[in-house]
Design a protein around this ligand. Structure first.
Ligand SMILES: [Zn+2]
Length: 144
């Protein structure tokens, strides 16, 4: 499965953040940076969703050959699953933007430590610190 949550740049690349010396964590400048990052990411995702919808409308023209039709249907269902994941991610981005507004952004929801700028740059929607995330993954593997 593609790692959608790992932001890869998209069409609106934003330079990575360099904190000033002694700058406090989640300063106004940092919040503005991550807000811009999340908004650009969301825009990319929404454009992607739009493109697929148009693509599917264009391609939905009749295919007289049943084999073509079957191939097309499986392609569509794959695209629909991807769109579904993107929609969920867009929702998560919206929630994350809300956390920036309420000053809850950037802290681990499990243990409360600062998640860290570097990790947030790579995963702007991260809500667990790397330690808690790792523990989480170990626990997940054990329950399967
Ligand atoms: Zn934690």
């Amino acid at each position: 499965m593609a790692d959608l949550e790992h932001r890869t740049g998209g069409t609106s690349p934003i330079a990575s953040y360099t904190p000033a010396q002694g700058e406090e964590y989640m300063s106004e400048r940092q919040k503005a940076h991550f807000r811009a990052l999340l908004q650009a990411w969301k825009r990319d995702l929404m454009e992607e969703v739009d493109r697929t919808v148009h693509h599917m409308k264009d391609e939905a023209a009749n295919f007289p050959d049943p084999n073509d039709r079957a191939t097309q249907e499986s392609e569509f269902s794959l695209e629909l699953r991807t769109r579904d994941r993107e929609r969920k991610l867009i929702k998560k981005i919206d929630e994350t933007l809300g956390k920036i507004d309420s000053d809850d952004y950037g802290y681990c929801k499990s243990c409360g430590v600062a998640i860290g700028i570097r990790r947030l740059e790579a995963r702007p929607t991260a809500n667990l610190c790397i330690e808690c995330k790792t523990l989480d993954e170990i626990r997940e593997k054990q329950t399967i």
